[in-house]
Design a protein around this ligand. Structure first.
Ligand code: TXE
Length: 490
């Protein structure tokens, strides 16, 4: 059993009132770690530390190249700790060890990429046309950034937001999900080791309504970077509005993966599987609505079932396991009840359709047919290994169904007709579109959600300006100051 502490102002601390939360391994069902349960006083201390660190010369006056060097040092520290971090992540959310390893190692590139931006923040000199005056704008860090992360890719999501913020010279207070805080707490040690000044990165752990809300409503927080469910995002946005915080929300999805009859069928089968069954479907970009052209529908479903039937459920640490458990008990129960409702509403399970018989927190990989786009299963995010197959007639019908959703996070299109691919790119309302591929993502690319999938964007080179605020300076270097009712002087 491991007992973690929080990082506040460079010190490893317990919650002020000593409370703790258990962290459960979703595969074994056993508590493997405990974390502090931070209350308002702890959040206050963390935000205060971040606000002071923002103004302290050790961070504020550091040369941009030195800030970049700290971030590169951090990147260098990841590989020797990768196995430990990946193992913790798997203990916390049951994701396959092969996946958590990949996610941890992806952070090396992320930190190096954002380090590269840290010393390239340029201001502007503008033609403001006041004789004898220099008009220029410099960009300053926006302030303390609150990072609120979910449980499906805890470290990947939190660390990515941290890297964006640090590159701009901001300081951060991170609140990981109460289900999966261990890896973020362990990762935070590396900031100390890399030499970041105390208070630049703080981590508080606890529940959403208590710890999360204290952070979201704290007046000294300038920006909130959130990934999680749409309803939580809606609440955070409302709470943050009264204190004029910048809010970036990466929320849920019900992404269409559209298969035309002119596609490479073998590739599309792989794309459909990759789209939904990776991470047991617990991914915001899951292609949970598979739109298949009607003339190939039955053949495609038969091949999909054939390819998925023997998928191995089991221990996420075993190399032969292909699908791990559902990360949290509430999520497991939500999937089970959505599956029951789908079948009551008329969907039919071509495969799976219920909890696995192993008595653990597993859902059978499921392929639902006879799904209409107006059924609950096609409208609400399920966040599990459940694919809803919906037939369509032609391109116009595919676009109509694809866009008939409250979400707009991602979409896949499978066709060998490039003119059609370009028409689909234009027509689909989603922040990310994949053509003849699925799921690949890079922090060098902007990411955003349309409609209820998000607000604002993350990643990519231009995003650095979302962590900066301009300061415009008019510097008189020679002209007289003229006031209408005072005589000219000098
Ligand atoms: O997420 P929450 P939940 C979707 C998925 C899932 C649903 C609910 O469909 O079924 O959301 O999952 C913190 N103020 N996604 O309830 O609540 C919380 O502590 C401040 C999509 O587990 O959104 C955690 O750190 N913070 C998704 C974080 O928000 C609050 C990933 C996310 O938890 C808070 C996960 C509050 N009032 C779930 N309430 C994605 N986009 O990838 C909660 N939190």
């Amino acid at each position: 059993m491991q007992h973690f502490k929080m990082l506040i102002n460079g010190a490893w601390t317990e919650a002020a009132d000593g409370r703790r939360l258990d962290s459960m391994d979703p595969f074994t069902g056993e508590v493997w770690a405990t974390i502090p349960r931070a209350g308002a006083a702890d959040v206050e201390a963390a935000v205060d530390a971040a606000a002071r660190a923002l103004k302290a010369p050790a961070w504020r006056e550091i040369a941009p190249s030195a800030r970049a060097a700290l971030m590169r040092k951090l990147a260098d520290l990841i590989p020797p700790h990768a196995e430990m971090l990946a193992d913790m992540e798997t203990s916390d959310n049951g994701k396959l060890l092969s996946s958590t390893r990949g996610e941890v190692m992806a952070l090396v590139k992320t930190f190096n990429y954002f380090a590269g931006l840290a010393d390239k923040i340029e201001g502007i000199v503008a033609p403001a046309e006041f004789p004898g005056t220099l008009a220029y704008a410099q960009y300053e860090p926006i302030g303390v950034v609150a990072v609120i992360a979910p449980w499906n890719s805890p470290l990947l999501i939190a660390a990515n937001k941290i890297a964006n913020a640090l590159a701009a010279g901001c300081t951060v207070v991170v609140k990981p999900s109460e289900f999966t805080s261990a890896s973020t707490l362990a990762f935070a040690r590396l900031f100390e080791e890399a030499g970041f000044p105390p208070g630049v990165v703080n981590v508080v752990t606890g529940t959403g309504p208590e710890t999360g809300e204290a952070l979201v409503t704290h007046p000294a927080v300038a920006k909130i970077q959130f990934t999680g469910g749409t309803e939580t995002g809606r609440r955070i946005n409302t709470m943050a509005a009264s204190s004029f915080k910048r809010v970036v929300l990466e929320l849920g999805g019900k992404s269409p993966n559209v298969v035309f009859d002119d596609c490479d069928l073998d590739a599309a089968i792989k794309g459909a599987i990759l789209g939904i069954f990776t991470s047991s479907g617990q991914s915001c970009i899951s292609g949970s609505r598979l739109l298949v052209q009607r003339n190939i529908h039955d053949r495609f479903v038969a091949r999909l079932v054939e390819a998925t039937r023997d998928v191995q459920l089991g221990d996420p640490r075993s190399a032969s396991t292909q699908i791990g458990p559902i990360s949290t008990a509430p999520q497991f129960h939500r999937i089970v009840s959505m599956l029951e409702q789908a079948q009551t509403e008329g969907a039919e399970a071509a495969m799976g359709g219920k909890a696995a018989a192993n008595g653990l927190q597993f859902i059978e990989p499921t392929i639902l047919i006879n799904v209409h786009n107006d059924m609950t299963i096609a409208r609400e995010e399920i966040f599990g290994p459940v694919l809803s197959v919906i037939p369509f007639e032609d391109e116009a019908d595919a676009v109509r169904i694809a866009n008939d959703t409250n979400y707009g996070l991602a979409a896949g299109v499978w066709t060998l007709d490039m003119a059609r691919a370009f028409r689909m790119i234009k027509a689909i309302e989603a922040g990310t579109v994949w053509i003849n591929t699925y799921r690949i993502l890079s922090s060098t690319m902007p990411s955003t959600g349309y409609k209820e999938s998000g607000l604002g964007s993350e990643n990519g080179q231009r995003n650095i300006f979302n962590f900066l605020k301009p300061k415009s300076i008019y510097l008189n270097h020679g002209s007289r100051v003229s006031v209408p009712f005072l005589p000219e002087s000098g």
